[in-house]
Design a protein around this ligand. Structure first.
Ligand code: FAD
Ligand code: FES
Length: 353
């Protein structure tokens, strides 16, 4: 424990210091992993959509092209597991997190990974861009996926927070958002898929530290598949029930239950005529709801607003132009295609609703 973080204008108060941390560029890390897999004879197939996973020996993976892959073991690393209709989705919650990148003079902020404990929390990273400048990456202002659509206000709050604590911050060069899966007790779920047949393994619930958890998963799952003992297995076991996480488990699942009220509420607008070009809105049509997106050319793209995972009503995300499900974090593009599980299938076309 140290008296404060080594920052000049930000009095953090007492904090925990974790020595010997590593910071790396995730894309370079991924490129290295891909190269290592291929060097050892592995093959990587991208653009292949998985529709069904069945455990057993061999385990089977069915793809949307009709091709079936059989294997001794399958690892489902789809961030939110698609192998599991319910169990894991009651033990973790999807959050959209926001990030800005501000230009700062090189060396003006000591390099470290900073993380506060506010709710919602903030995280700070530093990335060099050239001889003179670094990018100060500040993230936070999370909200539950599909339950807010006010990204501009959140980016503005991040900027204020940053300028108050890092007065050396100059212009904002970047801003973006993405989804993280928060586990009930803050530790990822890595291991055998609960209530499934043999030989299906999952890694999920990264809770914003997926680079660390992903690396742990690589080591731990290899041991589990090869039948080797690993002392971390119990800690990360997806079947665990931990007393410390029970409060969050209850409140997150109550929150999900209330999302089903969207079935009886009016739409965002009362007619698709009111959907402006470049925007989307949910519109009530009889007993059901429609996800209506009008592209920049004025063409309307309609899909059912019913999420294909467990039937919650999706919400428009105007910052990312996606349909986001407020229940377990499935996300769909403007054409209704699924871009984030647990849903496996896209939003139905309106002819089927
Ligand atoms: C803004 C932001 C900041 C973050 N900052 C940090 C940080 O500083 N440090 C850190 O450690 N972590 C951070 N994280 C978290 C980290 O980025 C994630 O935990 C990590 O990227 C998750 O990796 P993954 O491989 O499990 O999932 P993903 O990267 O989401 O990959 C899942 C893959 O599965 C594929 N897939 C899904 N469904 C199917 C299907 N049916 N068939 C076939 N493929 C499918 C997807 O296409 C995707 O390629 C941050 C996240 C965000 C959003
Ligand atoms: S993600 Fe579960 S109902 Fe949509």
């Amino acid at each position: 424990m140290v008296k404060k973080a080594p920052l000049t204008d930000f009095d953090t108060g007492m904090c925990l210091r974790f020595p010997r941390q590593g910071q790396f560029d995730p894309l370079k890390y991924l490129a290295g992993l891909a190269e290592a897999i291929e060097r050892r004879g592995g093959k990587i197939y991208t653009g292949t959509h998985v529709e069904k996973i069945k455990g057993g020996l061999p385990a089977r993976v069915e793809t949307s092209s009709g091709k079936v892959v059989t294997a001794d073991a399958v690892v489902v690393a789809t961030n939110s597991p698609i192998s599991n209709l319910a169990t894991m989705h009651f033990k973790q919650a999807p959050y959209i997190t926001f990030v800005i990148g501000a230009k700062v003079p090189r060396g003006s902020v000591p390099k470290a990974l900073y993380w506060d404990t506010l709710d919602p929390y903030h995280y700070v990273r530093l990335q060099s861009i050239d001889e003179q400048y670094d990018v100060l990456i500040v993230g936070g202002e999370d909200h539950k996926t599909g339950q807010a659509d006010d990204a501009d206000a959140r980016y503005a709050r991040l900027q204020t927070w940053t300028r108050e604590r890092f007065p050396m911050a100059q212009e904002i060069l970047f801003r973006w958002s993405g989804q993280v899966m928060n586990s009930d007790d803050g530790i990822a779920y890595i291991g055998k898929n609960p209530f499934d047949e043999e030989n299906v393994y999952i890694v999920t619930g990264d809770t914003g530290i997926g680079m660390t958890h992903g690396t742990i998963a690589g080591i731990l799952l290899t041991d589990l598949i090869l039948g080797r003992k690993n002392t971390w297995a119990e800690l990360y076991d997806p079947s665990r029930v931990r007393i410390g996480g029970v409060g969050d488990f209850i409140s997150e699942n109550l929150n999900v239950a209330t999302q089903y009220l969207d079935w009886v509420t009016p739409g965002d607008v009362d007619s698709v005529e009111k959907v402006a070009p470049g925007t989307g809105a949910v519109v009530r049509r009889g007993l059901t709801k429609i996800a209506a997106y009008r592209d920049e050319n004025g063409t309307l793209h309609e899909h059912s607003a019913i999420c294909t995972h467990l039937n919650c009503i999706v919400a428009w995300n105007s910052s990312e132009n996606t349909w986001d499900c407020p229940c377990h974090g499935s996300r769909f593009n403007t054409q209704g295609q699924v871009i984030n599980g647990p849903a496996i299938n896209g939003l139905a076309s309106t002819e089927k609703t």
